[in-house]
Design a protein around this ligand. Structure first.
Ligand SMILES: Cc1cc2nc3c(=O)[nH]c(=O)nc-3n(C[C@H](O)[C@H](O)[C@H](O)COP(=O)(O)OP(=O)(O)OC[C@H]3O[C@@H](n4cnc5c(N)ncnc54)[C@H](O)[C@@H]3O)c2cc1C
Length: 410
């Protein structure tokens, strides 16, 4: 299918105009933007990367990046939903899932669900392979036991892709796999043993629930086990390859926040007068503005490069190093750009009549969630040095607290 990128961008710009005036409401009331989600679904932006055979448009990650940037300029919360409805968990299902799994998940996402991806645990953050959640095979089912926290969308998401250590019928570990767990949010019905035990009170992106989930003997039909192409033994690396798309998406939200802040800064510099002239005439601010512009443009180029590095067949996802580089640079740059924009507004930027204070809070998470800045640097350095980090090795590797293996990178 020929993708009309301009068309996606035009739709996103249209929607952004509608989303802008509502963004402060979701933030102040800490509520999920269901109204925006309905409009995204209506305009085909939920599950746009899902192949046409399953009811999507087969859009590329590059298309998604363009959409996400436009929406994040005005509402980072909504932009995050676009990311997770097109990248990460749903991408893993579309790349590795059985036809039945794809047919099951696709319409749910197309109708407006933002799938949750459940990796992090209280004892396994950056060292994700130290996860202790297990999925034990019993007949034609897997029995999930464990605890996941900081799960974005916990409570509003229907689909969950839960990462767990897979145990065979004899209790012997086989590696790490993903398990599709469905929760009927409309009727508030979840599988027995599935419980949402806590919601975090966050600094930013306040309309997005971040939840702690408990799995206590939750039964998952084996038909809903996502078996990565290299099997469970090397499953973690495969699942993390899919996650690279989400990293590019997260970087794009950061980019949108930075680009939005830059637009606000430009407007204000030209309209605000001090010492008898527009503050835009002060060189100190001009140089700040120029640096902001360079940062935004460099982030955009890195993210576009990463998004375009995904191919089809054996390489459906963005390249790991390109994704890490882009997310690292875009997130750190965006924090600085939004901070500088707020500074240019003086007291006005610190108050809530301008969106800068919300953007300042929203942007902070992007060097933490989805791989911290330190972990991304470790991955990039590992690539440069030809060393493999534990995150790129199999599900048997034990976190990042150990020295890097001096092995040739694959
Ligand atoms: C808003 C938000 C949304 C999130 N959404 C999800 C989600 O949907 N699903 C999910 O599974 N998880 C999610 N997470 C969790 C996120 O992926 C983790 O927070 C992240 O991986 C870091 O783990 P941690 O918070 O436990 O920090 P830790 O791993 O405990 O790290 C603490 C500090 O030590 C540093 N550090 C750790 N190891 C090393 C090392 N080897 N070298 C150098 N520095 C190191 C880290 O960079 C960090 O600064 C989310 C987090 C946030 C904030």
């Amino acid at each position: 299918m020929e993708h009309d990128t301009t068309n996606y961008q035009a739709i996103a710009r249209d929607l952004a105009r509608e989303f802008a005036p509502r963004a402060a409401h979701w933030d102040r009331t800490r509520s999920y933007c269901w109204q925006n989600v309905a409009e995204l679904a209506d305009r085909g932006l939920m599950g746009m990367t899902i192949p046409e055979a399953y009811g999507g448009q087969g859009a590329s990650y590059y298309d998604v990046v363009l959409v996400v940037e436009e929406i994040a300029k005005v509402c980072a919360l909504t932009a995050r939903i676009v990311v997770e409805a097109n990248m990460g968990g749903i991408s893993a299902v579309m790349a590795y899932g059985t036809p039945e799994q794809k047919a099951f998940c696709a319409p749910i996402v197309r109708a407006g669900d933002k799938p949750a991806i459940c990796i992090t645990e209280p004892g396994a953050g950056s060292a994700a392979t130290e996860m202790t959640t297990t999925a034990r095979r019993v007949g034609d089912r897997y029995i999930l036991n464990g605890r996941k926290h900081w799960i974005t969308g916990g409570g509003v998401s229907k689909l969950h892709l839960v990462f767990a250590r897979v145990l065979n019928e004899y209790g012997v570990e086989e590696g790490i796999g993903g398990f599709i767990v469905y929760r009927d949010t409309e009727r508030d019905v979840q599988p027995d043993g599935f419980e949402i035990v806590r919601h975090e009170r966050t600094l930013g992106l306040c309309g997005m629930p971040e939840a702690e989930l408990v799995f206590n003997d939750v039964e998952v039909d084996s038909a809903l086990a996502l078996i990565p192409p290299s099997g469970f033994r090397h499953g973690f690396a495969d699942l993390m390859a899919a996650y690279n798309s989400q990293r590019v998406g997260a970087g794009s939200v950061a980019l949108g926040l930075a680009a939005g802040a830059l637009d606000h800064a430009k407007r204000y510099l030209l309209s605000r007068h001090q010492f008898g002239r527009p503050i835009a005439e002060f060189q100190g601010l001009q140089w700040m503005l120029a640096d902001m512009d360079v940062g935004v443009q460099a982030s955009r180029l890195l993210l576009h490069e990463a998004a375009k590095s995904s191919g089809s067949g054996d390489h459906p996802f963005p390249d790991m190093t390109k994704a890490a580089r882009a997310k690292l640079f875009a997130s750190e740059t965006a924090i600085k750009v939004v901070n500088d924009a707020l500074q240019m507004f003086g007291a006005r930027g610190y108050g809530d009549q301008e969106p800068l204070e919300r953007m300042y809070r929203d942007v902070r998470m992007f060097t933490i969630g989805g791989g911290t800045a330190q972990i991304l640097r470790t991955q990039i350095a590992g690539n440069i040095l030809g060393m493999r980090t534990p995150q790129t090795r199999s599900g048997y590797s034990r976190g990042l607290g150990v020295p890097l293996d001096i092995e040739a990178a694959e």
